[in-house]
Design a protein around this ligand. Structure first.
Ligand code: ADP
Ligand code: MG
Length: 238
């Protein structure tokens, strides 16, 4: 079977197919504000996110990153402004929030198998081969039998990350996913996302307060401060 994740000519391909084409936005936020009691978590946000975009949402703690993600996953509603979803019935958004929602008493492998869907994969063998390839790429293949409650922070993050990707979402939303990972591991995750972005048009919205890390990757940075977008543009990646 052809290896899905082993192509490393990713960047070339994206530059050939990307940017010039107008894509309808998946998410459109117009003058969105969110308040929690007296706290204004987001103020007059205007933002469009199109299919296939790789977005890094940056900003210090408390700047509104999680609030913005929760709007996109419909976990909360805006206080004012308009939020539109393109094709809301079909769009499949997989969030990985900081609580990870792992099955603590089950193994890493059992957690990954939660993503198995016969309609997508057909055979279990095909799903298993994808699990094998992805877990190798994240160097976790020897930890598959470990009970999740005994796993360290990095392995927990990787498990939640792969479980979300294995559901084959249109949009992956990740909240501080790399908090307990070093650069090498964050890089491995990024490479997988980049490949899926090129191969399947996966849209990625990845929130982190670690701007130094994100600047090493290629994508669009949206920087929040105190609930406002104060910068939007390509990362400094060369
Ligand atoms: N459920 C909540 N109730 C009250 N205040 C909240 C709640 N969630 C977030 N906030 C406040 O909203 C602001 C933005 O928070 P958040 O979106 O979590 O930021 P970030 O993810 O960038 O750290 C902060 O001032 C935070 O304290
Ligand atoms: Mg947060």
């Amino acid at each position: 079977m052809q290896q899905m994740y082993s192509n490393n000519k990713i960047r070339t391909k994206r530059s050939m197919t990307g940017n010039g084409l107008a894509k309808p936005p998946l998410f459109s936020l117009e003058n969105i504000s969110v308040t929690y009691g007296r706290i204004k978590a987001l103020s007059e946000i205007n933002l469009k996110i199109s299919k296939g975009e790789m977005i890094f949402l940056t900003g210090p703690s408390g700047s509104g990153k999680t609030t913005l993600l929760k709007l996109l996953t419909k976990d909360i509603k805006q206080t004012s402004g308009k939020l539109s979803f393109h094709g809301p019935d079909k769009l499949f958004v997989a969030p990985v929030y900081q609580d990870l929602k792992l099955l603590e008493n089950q193994t890493v492998e059992e957690n990954l198998w939660c993503a198995y869907d016969k309609k997508i994969y057909g055979t279990k063998k095909y799903f298993a081969s994808e699990v094998k390839e992805l877990t190798h790429l994240l160097a976790m293949q020897n930890r598959m039998d470990l009970k999740v409650s005994l796993a360290n922070g990095g392995l927990r993050h990787k498990t939640a990350f792969l479980r979300a990707l294995l559901t084959r979402p249109d949009v992956l939303i990740a909240d501080e996913l790399t908090a307990s990972l070093d650069y090498d591991n964050a890089r491995k995750m990024y490479d997988i996302l980049n490949l899926l972005n090129v191969k399947r048009g996966l849209t990625v919205i990845w929130a982190t307060h670690n701007r130094d890390l994100i600047n090493k990757f290629s994508g669009k940075i949206i920087h929040l401060d105190n609930g406002r977008i104060i910068h939007s543009g390509q990362s400094c990646f060369m």
